[in-house]
Design a binder for this molecule. Structure first.
Ligand code: ADP
Length: 260
């Protein structure tokens, strides 16, 4: 039920301390249970939208309203892609929660990785009429799981493109700092209001629901990015101004002791 069991506690003896410990545990379990229920409800909501769209297209086609032609197949593939992406994100979060996000670390050049991410997102940037460039001060050798770091930086770049209006700029910068390197993604897009900023790394959090609805985000990207960075013993921070843009900065230690 929704009520955590409690035991009456009085006095300062051993039994009373046990009672307190029990009550604390009961409250923690209740809190966790609430979060789990909220998460399942959010997941259901996110899955429903693309599924409803797919069904809608198929029903329209069955009714003969819309021919099952190239355009419809493209729309169906887009919605299926959203579902696929969402399921992959949920799997990464489940792995992170279970402490089973296994890294495959190797010595890699972060400047090269950033270049690969920029190249991979060039078509999306062009489609959005946003210029996407990278700056680096030279090679930045680090020990990282290259696929996971590409995924983390890719999430930031993909957000930066999505939240920047046509004509805007996105810059990926890699630079050496004390004890490591930073990879930053700066855009001159919509920016994030101060009241939303502390929450953007929360699961399913969206600063502007009406806007993000149309951009197709699930609100999981930054939560996953944070997990991936922290699995590398790194940190991620954000600074932003509403209307002028955002900078997300990943800091990675040069001498990470990675498990995996
Ligand atoms: P989403 O899939 O909704 O983009 P994310 O976890 O990647 O989810 O981001 C969470 C929220 O943070 C977004 O919905 C958006 O409101 C905000 N956000 C993230 N990156 C940016 C950015 N570069 N510019 C403006 N807002 C951003």
């Amino acid at each position: 039920g929704d009520h955590a069991a409690r035991v009456p506690v009085s006095g300062k003896d051993e039994v009373a301390r046990l009672g307190h410990a029990f009550n604390d545990m009961a409250e923690a379990i209740q809190r966790h249970d609430f979060q789990r229920k909220a998460m399942v409800s959010d997941v259901a909501h996110e899955l429903r939208t693309p599924l409803a769209n797919i069904k809608g297209y198929l029903v329209a086609s069955e009714d003969g309203v819309v021919p099952l032609d190239g355009a419809l197949v493209t729309s169906l593939l887009e919605e299926t892609g959203l579902l696929e992406h969402l399921v992959a994100d949920l799997q990464d979060l489940a792995l992170a929660d279970a402490g089973m996000l296994r890294l495959h670390p190797a010595s890699r050049d972060l400047t090269e990785l950033a270049g690969q991410v920029v190249l991979a997102h060039q078509p999306a940037a062009e489609a959005a009429s946003v210029t996407l460039t990278s700056t680096a001060s030279g090679p930045s050798p680090a020990i990282v799981d290259s696929a996971r770091i590409r995924q983390a930086v890719g999430n930031l770049v993909s957000n930066a493109i999505r939240y920047t209006p046509p004509g805007g700029h996105v810059v990926v910068g890699v630079r050496p700092v004390d004890n490591g390197f930073t990879v930053s993604v700066t855009d001159n897009g919509t920016g994030i209001a101060p009241e939303h900023l502390p929450h953007v790394f929360d699961r399913f959090y969206r600063a502007d629901v009406s806007r993000t609805r149309t951009t197709g985000g699930s609100g999981l990207g930054l939560a996953i990015t944070k997990h991936l960075v922290e699995a590398h013993q790194g940190r991620i921070t954000v600074t932003s101004r509403l209307g002028s843009g955002s900078t997300f900065t990943i800091w990675l230690p040069s001498t990470a002791t990675l498990s995996g």
